[in-house]
Design a protein around this ligand. Structure first.
Ligand code: Q9C
Ligand code: ZN
Length: 663
């Protein structure tokens, strides 16, 4: 099994800087690299990564994307004096050269290719390249926006040739539009390029009409360029998560890439003077975690922008932490996307609906009169610079510490342990009287020795889960939904405040829903006559996967389940999987794995003992946090969508992360 996170870093890339006065370029400083690396060391993350040396990119590699004439220009800067450097720089936009620029640009690109080699060869599962100069603005024959060679674009061409990769996803979460990447791949259907960027109706740099949502690619590449322009500053965690759930992820899963490259710029984070956005470092954990579910986990993060040194280094640290498999911290703040963000999301979805089945089935339309001023301006999380600094200084201290064990297993016998290597077996057990007491409100006809046994063992495990002695817990039970009902009651008693309970299969037993907001229950079933939604805390969806034709459940996940969960913000998740489940093993694995982005990963998974496939899948995602291929994917059946749409109509009035129409 492939494992490990690679880290590319070399302080030699600090050996160039701006040599004259230019306020526009002054923010791109060598300390961007050293402060990021230093912070990774402070959090003891460097030691946990496989360090990769950089190398110089070859001329052959550079010219995969760039013209030989441009290569000659960059090469010639090595021997220039200041005046000549300045003159050459002024030929381009927001660019500057130094005598060491060429050497550093070769290392920056070479370092990127080292990372791609490690991930594609299986030496590492994923990784991050801390490099400069950045790349995403640079074009075939042009330096632009501090970028010399287009690191990510060359990496994509390189992976196509060297590893015969047929589908590459590039996610550009830098706050600027990577127009260089767009130009290079605009007619190429093998590279899906997604970029969100500060746009403000074109008034923000680089002020291009082709950065808007309606530029969707050209020729055979039509539909493979996804732009999500932000028309206001102050976009925050809810806006970014909504953008991923409603625009990027459905399209990306349908595309099903073999490699994911991220133009990881952190000028989209809080405190950055260029972006003026509000996303906290934790948000980058969530974005990273979501992307880890594509391409069998082959994920390469390549640094682009990021000019607030503290914000940059905290966000880089959160990214690497997540790549390493640490729990994803909960998001702070209100999870309601702002009106302007919804407008952008709605328009991007509409522009792409002819090309992607996951969007085609949904109701999409253009915003009639796109607002130039926000109806509801996003509320910045932190008003002034010193408050931002203080927040960044302390944010790690308010996160829950990583629990000492990952998985606690509640199993009646030890014979299942080989399926769950790495899990800790729950040794203690409650007394029979305690078990009977815990089950006293439930149907006594269902009580039997097996069940009492299983519940008795589960009780001490629940305490450890609520008190974060274990990150998650797998319970084998003869009656999963009954165990779940008992568990929900118990964890509430132990102090949980919002429990999300997901029941999969035909169930006759449900946890008691009190409508006080402390529990939310969602049932996924295949054939049963479904009850109507009776409250905002209880919902049912009918979903049935056909055998062996690929999975379509990702549609329900991004359109409904995850937005609902991100709105509700549970502090614990109970997942009960009955043997009558109507969705496949990979669907359950994907669901469970993505749910780890919520509740700090506190998941109680209850599964029937005989369901070996699900036990193995849960072991992969909960115990070993292994990356897997969740595809192949297929479009969802009409009746599944219809059932989902009915529930959506009701639920989105209560839970704003479900909305993807501004009007
Ligand atoms: N006030 C990168 O983040 N200046 N490049 C824009 C707007 C250029 C950014 C001026 C910013 C270039 C890699
Ligand atoms: Zn940028």
């Amino acid at each position: 099994m492939v494992s490990g996170t690679a880290l590319v870093y070399d302080e030699e890339m600090m050996n160039y800087r701006l040599l004259w006065d230019d306020p526009e370029c002054a923010i791109e400083v060598p300390e961007r690299l050293s402060s990021s690396y230093k912070r990774l060391q402070d959090y003891d993350l460097v030691n946990r990564c496989v360090l990769l040396p950089v190398r110089e990119a070859t001329e052959e590699e550079i010219t995969l994307v760039h013209s030989p004439e441009y290569l000659d220009v960059v090469k010639s800067t090595q021997t220039m004096d200041i005046d000549e450097l300045k003159k050459t720089s002024k030929k381009y936009t927001a660019a500057y050269f130094h005598q060491n620029s060429y050497r550093c640009a070769k290392l920056s690109l070479g370092g990127t290719l080292q990372l791609v080699d490690a991930v594609m060869s299986g030496d590492a599962q994923n990784g991050m390249a801390l490099i400069r100069p950045p790349g995403h603005h640079s074009q075939r024959s042009e330096s632009n926006g501090f970028c010399v060679f287009n690191n990510v674009a060359v990496a994509a061409e390189y992976a196509k040739i060297k590893y015969k990769v047929q589908r590459i996803l590039i996610v550009d979460w830098d706050v600027h539009h990577g127009q260089g990447i767009q130009y290079i791949f605009e007619d190429d259907p093998s590279v899906l390029y997604f970029s969100w960027h500060r746009y403000e109706h074109g008034s923000f740099w680089p002020n291009l009409s082709e950065s808007d949502y309606d530029f969707i690619g050209k020729g055979r590449g039509t539909g493979f360029n996804v732009n999500l322009p932000w028309n206001q500053i102050g976009m925050g965690n809810a806006d970014y998560i909504a953008a991923f759930l409603h625009v990027l992820l459905p399209v990306a899963f349908e595309f099903n890439p073999e490699l994911v490259l991220v133009s990881a710029g952190y000028d989209s984070g809080i405190g950055d003077p260029e972006g003026r956005m509000c996303a906290t470092p934790e948000c980058f954990s969530h974005l990273t975690h979501m992307l880890m579910h594509l391409a069998g986990g082959k994920l390469c993060m390549i640094l682009e922008g990021g000019y607030h040194l503290r914000s940059l280094s905290e966000s880089v640290s959160m990214t690497v932490r997540t790549l390493l498999g640490d729990p994803v911290p909960r998001l702070s703040g209100n999870m309601t996307p702002c009106y302007s963000a919804l407008e952008s999301i709605q328009n991007a979805r509409h522009a792409h609906s002819p090309y992607w089945k996951c969007l085609f089935h949904d109701e999409t339309r253009l915003v009639q009169n796109i607002s130039t001023k926000g109806l509801s301006a996003p509320a910045p999380l932190h008003a002034d610079a010193s408050a931002v600094d203080e927040f960044l200084e302390n944010h790690m201290k308010i996160l829950h510490p990583t629990p000492p064990m990952t998985t606690l297993l509640v199993a009646p016998g030890e014979h299942t342990l080989n399926l769950l290597a790495g899990a800790h077996l729950e040794e203690s057990t409650a007394t029979t009287e305690q078990a009977i007491h815990a089950m006293s409100v439930f149907n006594q006809d269902l009580l039997n020795e097996n069940l009492l046994n299983s519940v008795g063992k589960m009780l001490p495990a629940l305490e450890k889960l609520v008190n974060r002695k274990t990150r998650n817990c797998i319970t084998l039970s003869p009656n999963a939904s009954l165990s779940a009902a008992v568990a929900v009651q118990q964890v509430l008693r132990l102090g949980s405040e919002r429990v999300l309970c997901i029941l999969i299969g035909d169930v006759d037993m449900k946890p008691e829903i009190t409508n006080d907001g402390k529990t939310m229950c969602l049932t996924i079933s295949g054939d049963k006559m479904l009850e109507k939604t009776i409250s905002q805390f209880q919902t049912f969806i009918k979903w049935k996967e056909g055998p062996h034709e690929g999975n379509s459940f990702f549609y329900a996940l991004f359109r409904f389940l995850l937005p609902l969960a991100y709105s509700y913000q549970p502090d614990l998740i109970t997942l009960a999987i009955e043997s009558s489940r109507s969705i496949g093993t990979k669907d359950i694995a994907l669901l469970t794995s993505l749910l780890q982005g919520l509740a700090d990963g506190a998941i109680l998974a209850i599964v029937t003992e005989a369901d070996k496939d699900v036990i193995e899948a849960l072991s992969n995602v909960l115990v070993s946090c292994a990356s897997m291929f969740f595809g192949p994917y297929k479009p969802p059946a009409k009746e599944c969508i219809q059932s989902l749409t009915q529930e959506l109509t009701v639920m989105q009035t209560y839970w704003s992360m479900l909305q993807c129409l501004a009007n």
